[in-house]
Structure formats: structure tokens, C-alpha cells
Design a protein around this ligand. Structure first.
Ligand code: 5GP
Ligand code: ZN
Length: 110
């Protein structure tokens, strides 16, 4: 079972910042910004494209959760990222949305 499935089923104890029937949010283990939250579907999909193809309602719920957290944390601008595929920097192959904030971000990304 993958690491995010273990976080979703409680095998790895994790403080959820948001949870619903389909979606969970928790802090990234290695934060790249003062706020670095991961929002994931409870169900296992390899990446965001697979999730969007199979369950667009849950995909939109990830964005809604991100918007809600950004508002709750009063982020002054934020970045949402789905690294999709190893070449784009994906290292955990369970779909997840990064919500980053609390500092300025450069463009283009590295
Ligand atoms: P990716 O590189 O796949 O886009 O993002 C995976 C993210 O998951 C990384 O930012 C990494 O720090 C985070 N991560 C990996 N393992 C764990 C873990 O066990 N717990 C938490 N909270 N984050 C993790
Ligand atoms: Zn998984």
C-alpha cells in the first residue's frame, strides 16, 4: 500500500487540516514554503490526470478544499501544483495537490 493510502486509512497517524468523505489535507513532511499543504483523494489514483479522468467531482473537491484552506489561513497569494509524472518532479504516485503559500514564488518554476 502506498504512503498516502496509509495516511488516508490511519495506519500513519496524521493531523488532518481538512477532511471529507472523499478528500484529506495535511502538512507536507518537507515544507517548501511557510504553508505547504497536500490535498489528496482518499482513493488511490496514480496522478492528477488519472483522478480527473475517473472522478471529476473529487478533483474539483481538491480545488475547493485548497480554496477553503487558503482563505482560512489568509494566504496573500498561493500556488497550487500537481506534479504529474517523474519528469515533472512527482515522487509519490498517489494523486496530490500541493498548496503553497506564505512567501513570494518565482516564475518560471525550477
Ligand atoms: P511530489 O514530489 O510527488 O509532487 O510530492 C510528494 C510530496 O510528499 C513531497 O513534497 C514530500 O515532501 C511529501 N511526502 C512524502 N512522504 C510523506 C509523508 O510520509 N508524509 C507527508 N506528510 N508528506 C510526505
Ligand atoms: Zn495510494
Amino acid at each position: 500500500m502506498c504512503i498516502f493510502c496509509k495516511i488516508a486509512n490511519g495506519e500513519i497517524a496524521t493531523n488532518y487540516l481538512y477532511e471529507s468523505e472523499q478528500v484529506l489535507a495535511f502538512n507536507d513532511l518537507a515544507p517548501q514554503a511557510p504553508t505547504h499543504i497536500l490535498v489528496i483523494p482518499r482513493a488511490h489514483y496514480e496522478n492528477a490526470a488519472e483522478l480527473a479522468a475517473a472522478d471529476s467531482a473529487t478533483m474539483s473537491e481538491l480545488f475547493a478544499a485548497g480554496r477553503g484552506l487558503a482563505a482560512k489561513l489568509d494566504l496573500d497569494g498561493y500556488r497550487i501544483t500537481f506534479n504529474t509524472g517523474a519528469n515533472a518532479g512527482q515522487s509519490v504516485f498517489h494523486a496530490h495537490m500541493h498548496l503553497l503559500g506564505g512567501r513570494p514564488f518565482a516564475w518560471p518554476p525550477g
